[in-house]
Design a protein around this ligand. Structure first.
Ligand SMILES: Nc1ncnc2c1ncn2[C@@H]1O[C@H](COP(=O)(O)OP(=O)(O)OP(=O)(O)O)[C@@H](O)[C@H]1O
Ligand SMILES: [Mg+2]
Length: 356
């Protein structure tokens, strides 16, 4: 078992692309840590540096208290599961799972034991172990890829978008299996995805990246409830947080660019008067209010989800979405006034994008 520690890690590819800039975080022993961010933000690069598949341009990475910068991938005590599984098509499922152990000159009797154990955990039958990967379904192949990682008994699992080839239903199922397996084995996991929902549901610890930099690290709900920047606020949550531009007019009051007032909790935010801000409101935190007061909202499209209802529209010139629970009264008319509690308003500096 081992924690993973990154200290000011950077990567500049030959040719000059800086893919990772000064990233530091610590994934504690046994934690499920998810790296999330948009395409191209440097997630795979970071994971590959942890695995030893890319050199580290600057900074230090340690696994289980040992600096691994100059240690070969095989000696890092990690196992990696890739997006495309990378199974050998000409080998049986059994041989695919045994491959890494055979390379390490593990005795066949021990290989049989470990493959058998992994197959049991992953519910791969003896008959499946004899097949070739192409004779399995996508989800079964995914389990073989996991099995190949498990048999190594590593102290860290690294996953790079392992579920992105699967259909939506199987993805949810495998997500639960991966989490259960990781808990059961107690192995530290670092998991890369660009799917914020997958990230929120899997992680003990979320690491949000953008353009090679670390945006915020913390427990999923902590980041959801206290995003450190407009970027994190807009990245986590579906539909994303609504953003309204305005200026601080008085303590506890923002004048929005559409002229409407919006109250915030002055106990939580203390911006200087006159500052240009971005006010953020989660879709589930705004409600059609009583007549006469509130934020003017123009309804444009209603999506019935069964579980609830999404209402898309505009507040002034800003796109705005509402998430209403199932059974909420249908909206009457196209013009609404929205009730937003001051405690549900997040404030960000319009210039820097950072939480105030
Ligand atoms: N071998 C390479 N040589 C030069 N630049 C590279 C190389 N690999 C990746 N990059 C660049 O580094 C940046 C980060 O790439 P990376 O693959 O780490 O992103 P990612 O977050 O995993 O994206 P995705 O979600 O699309 O997989 C990108 O701008 C990419 O073009
Ligand atoms: Mg990637």
């Amino acid at each position: 078992m081992a924690g993973v520690f990154l200290d000011n890690v950077s990567k500049v590819y030959p040719g000059g692309v800086t893919a990772v800039r000064g990233v530091s975080f610590a994934a504690p022993d046994g934690a499920f840590c998810v790296l999330v961010g948009p395409s191209g933000c440097g997630k795979s690069t970071l994971l590959r540096m942890i695995a030893g598949l890319e050199t580290i341009s600057d900074g230090r990475i340690s696994i289980g208290g040992r600096v691994v910068n100059d240690i070969e991938p095989m000696a890092r005590d990690i196992a990696m599961v890739f997006q495309n599984y990378a199974l050998y098509p000409h080998m049986s499922v059994y041989d695919n799972m045994a491959y890494g152990l055979r390379n390490l000159k593990t005795p066949e009797s021990e290989i049989a034991e470990r493959v058998g154990e992994a197959a049991r955990i992953l519910e791969l039958t003896d008959e499946m172990l004899k097949r070739k990967p192409r004779q399995l379904s996508g989800g079964q192949r995914q389990r073989v890829a996991m099995g190949r990682a498990i048999v190594r008994k590593p102290s860290v699992f690294l996953f790079d978008e392992p579920l992105s080839n699967l259909d939506a239903k199987l993805r949810v199922q495998m997500r639960i299996e991966i989490r259960r397996l990781q808990r059961r084995l107690g192995v530290t996991a670092i998991y890369v995805t660009h799917d914020q929902l997958e990230a929120m549901t899997l992680a003990d610890m979320l690491v949000v990246m953008s353009a090679g930099r670390l945006e915020q690290v913390g427990a999923p709900l902590e980041l959801y409830e206290r995003p450190a920047s407009v970027f994190v606020a807009g990245f986590l949550g579906s539909p994303p947080m609504n953003f309204l531009k305005g200026r601080v007019e008085a303590q506890g009051l923002v004048r929005l660019s559409n002229g409407a007032p919006l109250a915030y909790d002055a106990a939580h935010f203390g911006p200087p008067l006159g500052l240009d801000v971005v006010a953020g409101v989660r879709p589930e935190r705004a409600r059609p209010g009583p007549d006469g007061a509130g934020l003017p909202f123009r309804v444009e499209l209603v999506e019935e989800l069964g579980l609830g209802r999404l209402v898309h529209g505009h507040a002034g010139d800003a796109a705005f979405a509402l998430a209403l629970p199932a059974g909420a009264a249908p909206l009457s008319g196209e013009q609404q006034l929205l009730d937003i509690a001051p405690g549900d308003v997040h404030l960000f500096d319009a210039g820097t994008g950072l939480r105030l």
